[in-house]
Design a protein around this ligand. Structure first.
Ligand SMILES: Cc1cc2nc3c(=O)[nH]c(=O)nc-3n(C[C@H](O)[C@H](O)[C@H](O)COP(=O)(O)OP(=O)(O)OC[C@H]3O[C@@H](n4cnc5c(N)ncnc54)[C@H](O)[C@@H]3O)c2cc1C
Length: 415
């Protein structure tokens, strides 16, 4: 156990989910020293998952948007958190223990928490206009305004964010085509069974898909855009949303001495390698996952929130056991709620409980090559998810987990 940092000044860079939860968590864990929360966005912290879901179809009133804020200025003031919005960190000087900010000011710290998340991977295709990307509230507002026109849309990238936008666009009556070079874009996370059913779901709802073929270029301008595909075909459209992944927010840390490798590399206690009293949490952190035997960077809400609470407790009370993730992710597509806990080993196998075709409650149990259960994905089945989570945590076998899920499903046999 290292000594807690009571009374010391904690500076948190990045005022979104991980940063805000870290500030709140520090006070909850008994930290009495000053806390400064610094964020590049001028907005009060807000939640990102609704940006590709509820918000897109919302009325965008101040009241609606306020409902998606993670905190208020008054709450932060009551917690004695100094908030500095609209100013980016530009450089970290570890020797002087100072973060230099874009407005020329500097923020001295005793403990630094890096929570700078990720940004949308920039579109390699830059026509005059008509290409949208989604990471921020303003991005979502702009896409919502475009969807409201009901004009045709091409979504490049068939991951969760792209397909959620596609589902929202269908709701606005847009003619939608989703393009991805991978034949079943969501298979890596949810497995081929659910990925295949998701493709069917989109097609049933009227979205066209061009999976297995990449984009070569996007040309023209808004309302007169051509998406050129690698097989030589062309999609004439009004606008394109490009959702091709994200890049970690580490540019400001170049040359700082921290170990950067697809994120800020940390030890098992989320302490940045190469520095004292520096933690990295949320989408920007790459940490050794204790059960996967490798370092990963997760881009999921629950992980960012859990890591914030973990780091806050470690700062206030001293290091405990290494951080372990619940590996929980969800996605909403049309009337499907997809939940995933654990992970999928591409070398492993899977057992399906339920009937995906009937759109009802279904679970897919994923096992490693060794036969051990690694994760479970459910569709529209929260009770199945909760049961699987309990049995997974208890270390039950694949046979036991499958039998219990079958019993809950009312005897629907596994396949
Ligand atoms: C559209 C969308 C939908 C999503 N849906 C889901 C979902 O359904 N389920 C799920 O599990 N996850 C979802 N996620 C992922 C989830 O939102 C992220 O995992 C979470 O936001 C990570 O929080 P974070 O605080 O680590 O990083 P971020 O939310 O990326 O926040 C980082 C903050 O740091 C700021 N920053 C960056 N650089 C600097 C700098 N140099 N100085 C100061 N500030 C800086 C950024 O401006 C930003 O405000 C979604 C994400 C998006 C974008």
């Amino acid at each position: 156990m290292s000594s807690p940092a009571a009374g010391r000044h904690v500076v948190i860079i990045g005022a979104s989910l991980a940063g805000t939860r870290a500030a709140e968590g520090l006070r909850a864990a008994g930290h009495v020293g000053p806390i400064t929360l610094i964020g590049a966005e001028a907005e009060l912290p807000y939640d990102r998952p609704p940006l590709s879901k509820d918000l897109l179809a919302s009325d965008w009133s101040d009241e609606t948007v306020a409902g998606f804020r993670l905190t208020t200025a008054a709450e932060l003031e009551a917690a004695e958190v100094t908030l500095r919005l609209g100013v980016a960190a530009e450089r970290l000087d570890l020797d002087r223990r100072v973060v230099e900010l874009a407005d020329g000011a500097s923020a001295p710290f005793d403990v630094l928490v890096i929570a700078t998340g990720a940004a949308a991977r920039p579109s390699p295709w830059q026509p005059e206009s008509g290409v949208y990307q989604l990471r921020t509230l303003d991005d979502s507002r702009a896409i919502a305004a475009r969807l409201q026109t009901g004009k045709p849309l091409v979504v490049v990238g068939g991951g969760f964010i792209g397909t959620e936008i596609a589902a929202a666009a269908i709701g606005f009556g847009c003619d939608v085509t989703v393009v991805d070079p991978v034949p079943e874009p969501m298979a890596r996370l949810v497995g081929p069974e659910i990925a295949g059913s998701l493709v069917d779901l989109h097609e049933r709802n009227g979205a066209k898909t061009r999976f297995g073929v990449g984009v070569a270029d996007i040309r023209g301008r808004e309302d007169d855009l051509t998406v050129l595909l690698a097989d030589g075909s062309r999609l004439e459209t009004g606008a394109a949303v490009v959702g091709i992944g994200s890049i970690p927010g580490t540019a400001w840390l170049e040359g700082s001495g921290l170990t950067l490798d697809n994120g800020v590399v940390t030890d098992g206690n989320l302490r940045a390698i190469g520095a004292e009293d520096v933690y990295a949490i949320g989408d920007v952190a790459r940490w050794p996952h204790p059960r996967r035997g490798t370092a990963i960077r997760a881009e999921h809400w629950t992980n960012a929130s859990d890591q914030a609470r973990y780091a806050a407790t470690a700062i206030a009370q001293g290091d405990g056991a290494p951080y372990d993730s619940t590996d929980y992710v969800w996605s909403d597509q049309y009337d499907w709620k997809v939940h995933s806990i654990g992970w999928r080993d591409p070398e492993g196998s899977s057992i399906v409980v339920g009937d995906l075709g009937a759109q009802g409650r279904t679970a897919v149990v994923h096992t490693a090559a060794s036969g051990d259960v690694t994760g479970v994905v459910t569709v529209n089945w929260v009770r199945g998810l909760n049961l699987a989570r309990r049995l997974l945590t208890a270390g039950e076998s694949a046979a036991q987990l499958t039998a219990e899920l079958e019993r809950l499903a009312g005897g629907v046999p596994a396949r």
